[in-house]
Design a protein around this ligand. Structure first.
Ligand SMILES: [Zn+2]
Ligand SMILES: [Zn+2]
Length: 350
């Protein structure tokens, strides 16, 4: 049987010199023996995309699609399989071998370095691909078995596409990192996709008090609908007075320093502040700790199926935060993701 892999012409959104995207036909090399070529059906937009708008880059790292080609060493998927894409890891370093791919030694290179692990690229000169091992703002991309999750063909790829980064980060922080238990209390600062995913997860975990903080009334209303027991508008002057301190956990998705301080103030002794936006703050006192987390400590192949199960049970209704756009509308989708009018933008090919 022949399994000859081929180069392929790809329609991809490439960042131009004005920080917009234009579609170009690009010739992509054939998959290497460990690579999988995926026809992209949908791709979420994550805030990390907005931070890498450099000329020549093909972004997109919440892809979902159908396997088209597989390299000769690929074991876990075959052409026709449906897959969700998540972050890239090397699979061989000590952390990867220890089942902690989110702490992969090569995480930066593989996810933000626009290259394969061996430093090569499947893309032509002047084009930067392999973003998060994907570059899924295109109708096709190359991935590896480390960053794909096979899913049942009847599942809606457009709804589930965003699970692979932002949603996994928020939900994983609650389930995998903090291991929130029934009756515990937490505050989530910022109710974008990451914060809302944390709120949905906290409700599933049985948290008694789930406080949502944001400045946007519409998002606070959505947060309450998805599981927040209280909501606080951080623009309202006396919101401090409404807070009850002594919370078990605070998850900050904003990186805003006065909110970070507020988070410290409401934590109980021994409580944990999670800084998801990467802010560097003062060390805490009274036994409280501040931690950072990558991808919600999630092994996508184990964790995404769990989130899909919750979604199927109606307990993790992420579609309520999604706005769909045609891929052709990518510039409008990026703008609306950036200004917050779309909580989670998902691009879909016609
Ligand atoms: Zn690794
Ligand atoms: Zn992301």
């Amino acid at each position: 049987m022949s399994n000859v892999t081929q180069p392929r012409a790809v329609n991809a959104a490439v960042v131009n010199s004005h920080h917009h995207m234009d579609f170009h036909q690009i010739q992509l090399a054939a998959p290497l023996e460990n690579e999988v070529g995926v026809r992209i059906v949908a791709c979420g937009i994550c805030h990390t995309d907005l931070g890498f708008m450099t000329e020549g880059a093909i972004l997109g790292h919440e892809g979902a699609g159908v396997v088209e080609q597989v390299g000769s060493a690929v074991k876990s998927v075959k052409p026709g399989d449906h897959v969700l894409l998540s972050y890239q890891s090397c699979g061989v370093c000590a952390e990867c071998q220890d089942r902690h791919p989110y702490n992969c030694e090569h995480f930066s290179k593989l996810n933000f370095g626009f290259q394969r692990i061996d430093g090569t690229s499947a893309y032509p000169e002047g084009v930067q691909g392999h973003f998060f091992g994907q570059s899924a703002f295109a109708d096709y991309c190359l991935v590896t078995e480390q960053n794909l999750v096979k899913v049942a063909p009847e599942l809606p790829l457009n709804v589930l596409a965003p699970l692979g980064c932002g949603i996994q980060t928020g939900a994983g922080t609650v389930f995998n990192t903090l291991k929130v238990k029934p009756g515990e209390s937490l505050m989530v600062m910022g109710t974008g996709a990451v914060g809302l995913a944390a709120i949905m997860a906290a409700k599933i975990a049985g948290a008694k008090t789930i406080i949502a903080v944001d400045r946007e009334p519409r998002r606070l209303a959505l947060a309450r609908k998805l599981g927040a027991t209280e909501s606080i508008n951080s623009d309202e002057e006396n919101y401090l007075a409404t807070l009850c301190p002594h919370l078990d956990y605070v998850i900050d998705t904003t990186g805003i320093s006065h909110l970070d301080e507020l988070g410290q103030d409401v934590l109980k002794e021994g409580g944990t502040l999670v800084r998801l936006a990467g802010i560097a703050g003062e060390p805490l006192t009274r036994g409280r700790k501040a931690i950072s987390v990558i991808q919600g400590d999630s092994v996508a192949q184990d964790f995404l199926p769990k989130l899909i199960e919750y979604w199927q049970q109606g307990r993790f209704p992420l579609e309520q935060m999604i706005t769909f756009y045609d891929f052709d509308d990518i510039n409008r989708a990026l703008k609306e993701a950036n200004n917050g009018s779309a909580v989670k933008a998902v691009l879909v090919w016609e």
